[in-house]
Write a protein that binds this ligand. Structure first.
Ligand code: 13P
Ligand code: 13P
Ligand code: MG
Ligand code: MG
Length: 375
């Protein structure tokens, strides 16, 4: 059976600053989705990470279906209404458009969508991150699909021996979708050369080279590039298929033991470690650190099983402790050097304003002339 999984995510307001949404917001979305179950959609699931709510829907209408996108948009308008009524912070933060215009892409919410031929035992892992950007998934995707240190299945399983194709998008090209397809393992150095830049080159999709089937889809929205100003970080959502011709769930989770440094910590302007947290988790320190949750589920005729919380196990407490240490280490240097993002990526205009203002205070002084010792 061909089904589509649509996962969308938005910050429509939160409690106590940019921390967590109010449960009433999720209830309002749930009510709307329940009425559509068996009508427009087959099934749905709602969860949050930090201040962002995600709605995962299954249906048979394919990718970029107007009715499905509109349903998501309406759901986020509902949660915005509740956030406004409760006086929450940043109500409707990620809803950039005044009205729905046919496709939710480019309107603010993050979206990861894949149409698949459902396999027996179809297994999917959903990632949701807060206080970071879509490029935060670049390194984990590279490692889970290319590196036998994380994915021994690349050596052990004949089903993965042909490797994977990476579709990488240049998000700074806003006029057109500028995408390159590169094959792993032959072109892994080219892949690395692009995706080391998490702000510009983002892994959008990964395909199996054994069957051509989609393996992973990442959202690639960059709100500031759309809006032309800071409107919150582009907290990303991603779907990865597991088992069989794809990496095992454990191989997909393995790269998240790194807690690698990503951008998005405090005011979207600092670097911090990506800390794996439990589903529906909030933030603790310096509006962060950047967090990621993961849940695994199966799909049968479009119906979802229970979603299991992949980072709930005590094992991940060790990684959380490491991430906390890494957060403290980088925070020790405050605004200096690599603690903050480069000027172009800063999410507020304050520093640019200061630099512009100070331009006029710089004086040109004559360079010192070379002097020779006179004999
Ligand atoms: P498959 O059954 O999909 O080959 O995966 C084996 C596995 O999960 C090892 O960890
Ligand atoms: P959000 O993008 O998650 O709303 O975070 C805003 C921020 O920068 C908080 O410091
Ligand atoms: Mg927010
Ligand atoms: Mg957020």
């Amino acid at each position: 059976m061909k089904i589509t999984i649509t996962a969308i995510k938005a910050d429509t307001g939160s409690l106590g600053g940019h921390v967590v949404p109010d449960p009433k917001m999720k209830e309002a979305i749930s009510k709307l989705m329940e009425a559509e179950k068996g009508v427009t959609i087959i099934d749905y699931h709602i969860q949050s990470v930090g201040d962002d709510i995600a709605i995962i829907m299954s249906h048979t209408h394919g990718e970029d279906c107007e009715q499905i996108h509109e349903l998501g948009w309406k759901a986020f308008l509902k949660s915005t209404e509740i956030a406004k009524t409760l006086g929450l912070y940043g109500a409707g933060q990620d809803l950039l458009a005044d009205s729905f215009s046919g496709n939710i892409r480019g309107m603010g919410p993050a979206i990861a969508e894949m149409e698949i031929e459902e396999r027996p035992g179809e297994t999917v892992v959903l990632f949701q991150a807060d206080k970071t950007e879509p490029g935060a998934y670049n390194l984990p995707l590279y490692l889970m699909f290319n590196d036998p240190m994380h994915n021994p299945g690349l050596m052990l399983s004949p089903k993965m021996k042909d490797g994977f194709t990476f579709e990488i998008i240049d998000v700074e090209e806003t006029e057109v979708n500028s995408i390159v397809s590169l094959n792993a393992p032959e072109e892994i150095y080219d892949i690395a050369a692009l995706i080391r830049n998490n702000h510009k080159f983002i892994v959008e999709k990964v395909f199996s080279r054994t069957t051509g089937e989609i393996a992973a889809v990442n959202c690639t929205t960059r709100l500031n590039l759309i809006a032309g100003k800071y409107v919150g970080k582009d907290d990303p959502i991603m779907l990865v298929r597991a088992q069989g011709i794809f990496p095992a769930t454990g191989e997909i989770l393995s790269p998240f033991t790194l807690a690698h440094y990503v951008s998005g910590f405090m005011r979207g302007s600092h670097h911090g470690p990506l800390k794996p947290v439990k589903v529906n988790g909030g933030l603790s320190f310096f509006d962060g650190p950047p967090i990621v949750s993961a849940c695994a589920f199966n799909v049968k005729n479009g119906k979802f099983t229970t979603f299991i919380d992949c980072f709930a196990d005590q094992f991940w407490d060790t990684i959380r402790n490491k991430a906390n240490q890494k957060a403290l280490y980088i925070r020790e240097q405050g605004f200096s050097g690599p603690a903050m993002l480069e000027d172009k990526e800063l999410e507020y205009g304050g520093i640019t304003d200061k630099l512009d203002r100070l331009k006029g205070r710089f004086e040109a002084r004559a360079k010192a002339l070379n002097k020779k010792i006179k004999n």
